[in-house]
Design a protein around this ligand. Structure first.
Ligand SMILES: Nc1ncnc2c1ncn2[C@@H]1O[C@H](COP(=O)(O)OP(=O)(O)OP(=O)(O)O)[C@@H](O)[C@H]1O
Length: 253
């Protein structure tokens, strides 16, 4: 589904992406982990088209997208989750999601739309809200939602564009324990339906969710594999030494 070939990016003299080569298979949940400043967000930015590469190639479904701008990649189904800041607080959950459906259609925003087209947008938006367990909150203004619900809404907005690959940058950030559990359940329900690449600091969640994990350290990929393989990899453990982050045994959540 996604092939990264020798990606390189320097900021000043610093290599923040250092010859990263990686394949993401259709339907898998692939987590990128690594200590602070390892280059995880930079990598997501390169894949989504926010940041140009210094060298390397990105293939999406066999097609070279390396030089395509963000919106062209999004049109092909390579979607990056929107941040909470892009949610319009006075708009309902349904309206926020319908806007994303419309953007995914390639049609421009219009305040006055024919009723039939509005019904179609709303049906697609409701389906996305339903996928993240928010159908019952469709009419609620986004600004009145809890932090966890906003995170769910972010996912619905990303799904509304009918992505084939979802790039999620810290989808659990700021969520409390109960919210985290709910979000993990939602992401787990996506398994097999969507291909997901996610950056996440919550190691318990990563080890519970991911089919495969890639570990970045100083911009270099030091390991890729299933949770058990990563848990036991001495280089990975050394990279996390003192941080106590890698769960020692099977993840409980
Ligand atoms: N626009 C930029 N200009 C210069 N340096 C940058 C820029 N963006 C990121 N960096 C540097 O690149 C390195 C990688 O940053 P990045 O945010 O990708 O790491 P990260 O693994 O996502 O970190 P964290 O886990 O703390 O979110 C860091 O040293 C950071 O300071």
């Amino acid at each position: 589904m996604l092939s990264l070939r020798g990606l390189r990016k320097n900021f000043g003299g610093l290599a923040v992406t250092d010859d990263v080569t990686l394949d993401v298979s259709p339907g898998e949940i692939h987590a990128i982990i690594g200590p602070n400043g390892a280059g995880k967000t930079t990598l997501i930015n390169e894949i989504s088209g926010v940041l140009p590469l210094d060298a390397g190639q990105i293939l999406f479904d066999g097609r070279d997208v390396t030089r395509l701008p963000l919106h062209r990649r999004a049109r092909l189904g390579l979607a990056r989750s929107f941040q909470i800041t892009s949610i319009i607080p006075d708009f309902s959950a349904l309206e926020n999601t319908a806007l994303a459906v419309q953007a995914g259609d390639g049609s421009s925003f219009r305040f006055f739309r024919p009723t039939a087209s509005e019904a179609r947008l709303n049906t697609a938006a409701m389906a996305a809200l339903d996928s993240v367990g928010l159908a019952h909150r469709a009419a609620t203004p986004a600004g009145a939602m809890s932090h966890g619900e906003k995170r769910q809404l972010e996912l619905a907005i990303a799904l509304a564009t009918q992505p084939r690959l979802l790039l999620l940058d810290e989808p659990l950030a700021g969520a409390g324990p109960e919210e985290t559990e709910r979000l993990i359940g939602i992401l787990r329900s996506f398994r097999g339906r969507y291909t997901i690449m996610l950056v996440e600091h919550d190691m318990q969640a990563v080890f519970a969710l991911a089919d495969r994990i890639s570990v970045l350290v100083y911009g270099r990929l030091i390991a890729t594999g299933g949770p058990e393989l990563i848990r036991q990899n001495p280089e990975v453990r050394a990279a996390y030494l003192g941080e106590d982050d890698i769960p020692l045994s099977g993840a409980p959540c």
